[in-house]
Design a binder for this molecule. Sequence first.
Ligand SMILES: [Zn+2]
Length: 73
Amino acid sequence: MAQGLRKHRHCYYEVNSKYYYDNHRSCMVRNTHYECMICGHEYHEVSELSQGPPKEKSKSSVLEKNKNRHRHC
Ligand SMILES: [Zn+2]
């Protein structure tokens, strides 16, 4: 599996993510597609979405300011 690339730590950036219902887990899951910006190696992360109670109206909207970017560097 020679890739002709210098040894590096994959540096993933988020390409896209999709949500779908996983019948096996019986819950919604989020499949995030990452790609290494150096060699293009792909990586999929599947995380279950907790089916908590419907969103309450937050008292402070400060909590909403959550960066949507995930980096694995
Ligand atoms: Zn890489």
